[in-house]
Design a protein around this ligand. Sequence first.
Ligand code: ZN
Length: 159
Amino acid sequence: MTRRSPTSELLIRAADDPAVMARFWSHVRRLAGTACWIWTGAISGRGHGRFWVRDDRVVIAHRLAWAATYPGQPVPRLLSHDCDNPTCVNPAHLRSGTDATNRAEYQARAGTPGSPLNDTRGARARAEALRAAARQGQDLNSAIAAGLSALDRDQPGLW
Ligand SMILES: [Zn+2]
C-alpha cells in the first residue's frame, strides 16, 4: 500500500467536501479556443494556482483538481502538465511524474518554437496574463501571443 503524505490526505479530504470544491471550481474558467482550464485565483511564483483549503492551509490548485478526479486516491507528489501551462487545472492535462521526468520533458520542450515554456514574461507573469484574460472571458490567444518572441510568434501554438 502506498504511504499517504499529510498533504495528500488534506487534498483527499478537501476534494470530498462539496463546499470547498464549489469554492474551488468558482476560480476555474473554461474558455473557447483552449482545452486548458484556467485558474483565476492566486498564483505562485512558478505560475501554479494556489488555493486555501482552510484558513491556514494552501495547496497547489491542480493537485486538488486531480484529487477531485480520483476520489480517495493518493495524490502524486509531482504532477506534470502535458500542456506546459502551469495554471491549468484540467485533470486530463495532468500526469504523474518525477523530478527526473519533469526535468527531461522541460529540457525537451523548452526549445520548441511556440512552447509556453519559452514565454518571455516567465511562468508567473504568463499565468497572471492568462488569468486576467480568463476573468474577463476573453479569448486567450492575444494573452498568449503577447509573451512570444518574434521568432516564436510565427509558429503555431501547442495548445
Ligand atoms: Zn492544460
